[in-house]
Design a protein around this ligand. Sequence first.
Ligand code: 13P
Ligand code: SF4
Length: 365
Amino acid sequence: MQDNIITIAYDHPGAGQSSCSTAQAWAKQPREPNPEEKAELITRIKRLLKEQDAVLVAHYYVHPDLQDLAEATGGMVSDSLDMANFGHQHPAKTIVVAGVRFMGETAKILNPEKRVLMPDLEAECSLDLGCPADEFAAFCDAHPDRTVVVYANTSATVKARADWMVTSSIALPIVKYLKEHGEKILWAPDRHLGAYVQEQTGADMLLWQGSCVVHDEFKMQELIELKAQHPHAKVLVHPESPRAVVKLADVVGSTTQLIKATQTLGAKEFIVATDNGIMHKMRTLSPDKIFLEAPTAGYGANCTSCNHCPWMAMNDLFGVAEVLETGRNEIHVDPAIGLRAKVSIRRMLDFAKQINLPTRGIGNV
Ligand code: 13P
Ligand code: SF4
């Protein structure tokens, strides 16, 4: 195996099973440019974005250089919901998505006429990997009486099988709405987010047993100890984290919702249980506040106990420049699958509009 490759164990639940088996995936180690390379790459990318009528859209977990560049060039940095919305609101003919593959696929499904590029097409997500389309289809076939709700972190084919797609920003109101309409739900793939939504809404939900390799690592006992050392700190938790960690939160929410909480809670200190890429936006918006990473199993013990998604980390300046120069790494989605997947995504976007859920990244509105 090449020495810039790291292996990652992730949960791979079989269809309808209640317990998980483990599978192995891999990621490439990020490349870090030196200061001269960085300056040259940024200048080159700015020129290429203009020449190619392209816009850069980044997730809060990717490298700070990409987040800053996206904002500096008229693109955006935000959560999965806003990223999905942005591409079709923006006139650019090419969308460069700095994130993981499902984010690029969602952009392509919503904008089939546009060219969607990604710095690295092999930037995966353990939730997507742990929910293969054929196993998921068998699970749905076994429960035809249930409305199928899938998280954004899934393949286009899984979305095509769903009635609704949701992101963590909007999962609660959508499931609440479905429950009020008497629907029983089949949920996939994240078991922690599913359990949280089930507990909050009281909906009848059958859960796929996937998990995020980053959030699954947060630990309750160590968090209790850190809270004791920082009694005034507010605890912010992404709902992909285990239930015991979610229980200790002052705020549970999507990346955008957690960033907003750092501005509205009136606290000076925060413990953050999500990927540490989010700290860049938090610190930029509130340079006077203190942000601590929530504890994981063992600092540096493996690539997923360092609070950073190994696949988000595969996005770098080199990759953005390369794809704009060469046109490589274009996302393609089978048009028939794309059309079906679009139905579940559009339902979510229309619902967000109806309930006036703000769908624009903060910091660049
Ligand atoms: P958000 O939609 O909250 O940004 O989450 C995406 C994600 O992949 C979290 O791990
Ligand atoms: Fe997937 Fe977790 Fe990475 Fe988000 S942080 S992209 S859920 S593996």
